[in-house]
Design a binder for this molecule. Structure first.
Ligand code: C2E
Ligand code: MG
Ligand code: MG
Ligand code: MG
Length: 296
């Protein structure tokens, strides 16, 4: 895979064709994706990359409190490819830093544009483990993006999955401390799927836990899932953290979460991830005073 990655770095050509002949389909597929992704990035996204935004709404009032940026890739030949497919490719072939930088710049640019349109929204960005392993570059990139867009650091939050946060605990803790000092807020994503130690969690400067979708999905059918969700919410509140439930799809799940005092809800029940322009309309509709929603 190393020589394959080298071939991609050289940008294809004869070297690439040589390796291609020796490769299995899956690997060749990944190499092609890596090459195409690199080309799109070198062209500033090339109109292929975009961010979609999914609202996080208040548990009690359903007002939108912020959005999560989710990366989308419209491949010129293959059509839409999901992040679950191309993020691992980007990580494997050394493209994730450039891709993550693109996301940081684009999300901050978008927040500034919304602000200029009179819409104040906080945005959350998902971080890859490799971005955390290069804290200098990450901090600099974030600082520049905030400055360039006249953004306050408090408008930005960073989502880190629980498994990433628990890996290499010492280094991660130091990096998160520095990110926290910058003023951005930190959120533990997919919580409940990893194995965090509570004493470690307590030391991290995080302000939010996001309960993994798998528990939310089972809320109505599994007593275990209900017990876990209840325990996570109580634990988070006891530690002074805010809790978000991800992947809320039904009114039954939402009711259960509200009864358990979950602070924020996110999921298809409220809104799917959507392009920035659509989000503006969605936010205006959902923020409209009651009684106006049904006006002609
Ligand atoms: P995540 O951060 O846990 O994001 C939640 C995923 O669940 C998103 O999938 C979202 O579209 C989906 N989702 C939201 N509500 C619902 C729901 O009610 N039901 C169901 N079934 N799904 C829901 P998506 O956009 O495909 O992203 C998948 C993962 O890819 C993300 O998981 C995140 O880990 C990663 N990812 C996305 N964008 C980026 C990025 O810019 N950088 C990095 N490093 N990773 C990203
Ligand atoms: Mg996330
Ligand atoms: Mg998540
Ligand atoms: Mg997830």
């Amino acid at each position: 895979a190393d020589s394959a990655a080298q071939a991609v770095k050289r940008g294809g050509g004869n070297g690439f064709a040589f390796f291609e002949a020796h490769m299995q389909d899956g690997v060749r597929d990944q190499l092609e994706l890596a090459r195409d992704l690199r080309a799109a990035l070198e062209d500033g996204g090339a109109g292929q990359l975009s961010l979609h935004y999914q609202p996080k709404v208040a548990g009690d009032t359903q007002r939108v409190l912020g959005v999560e940026a989710l990366l989308r890739w419209q491949h010129p030949k293959r059509g839409a490819i999901g992040p679950a497919t191309f993020i691992p490719v980007a990580e494997r072939f050394g493209i994730i830093i450039a891709l993550g930088d693109w996301v940081i710049d684009e999300a901050c640019r978008q927040v500034a544009e919304w602000r200029d349109q009179g819409l104040r929204l906080r945005v959350a960005i998902n971080l890859s483990v490799q971005q955390l392993r290069q804290p200098e570059a990450l901090l600099q990139r974030l600082q520049h993006a905030l400055q360039r867009n006249g953004m306050d650091a408090s408008q930005l939050s960073l989502e880190i999955t629980e498994s990433v946060a628990m890996e290499d605990a010492g280094a991660t803790e130091r990096t998160l401390q520095r990110l926290g000092a910058l003023g951005v807020s930190l959120s533990i994503d997919d919580f409940g799927t990893g194995y965090s130690s509570l004493s470690y969690l307590r030391r991290l400067p995080v302000s939010q836990l996001k309960i993994d979708r798998s528990f939310i999905q089972d809320l109505e059918t599994s007593a275990d899932a209900r017990a876990i969700v209840k325990a996570v919410i109580e634990l988070a509140h006891a530690l002074g953290l805010e809790v978000v439930a991800e992947g809320v799809e039904t009114t039954g799940q939402a009711a259960e979460l509200r009864a358990k005092r979950c602070d924020k809800l996110q999921g298809y029940l409220f809104a799917r991830p959507m392009p920035a322009a659509e989000l503006v309309h969605w936010a205006r509709r959902s923020q409209a005073p009651r009684g106006c929603e049904t006006a002609p």
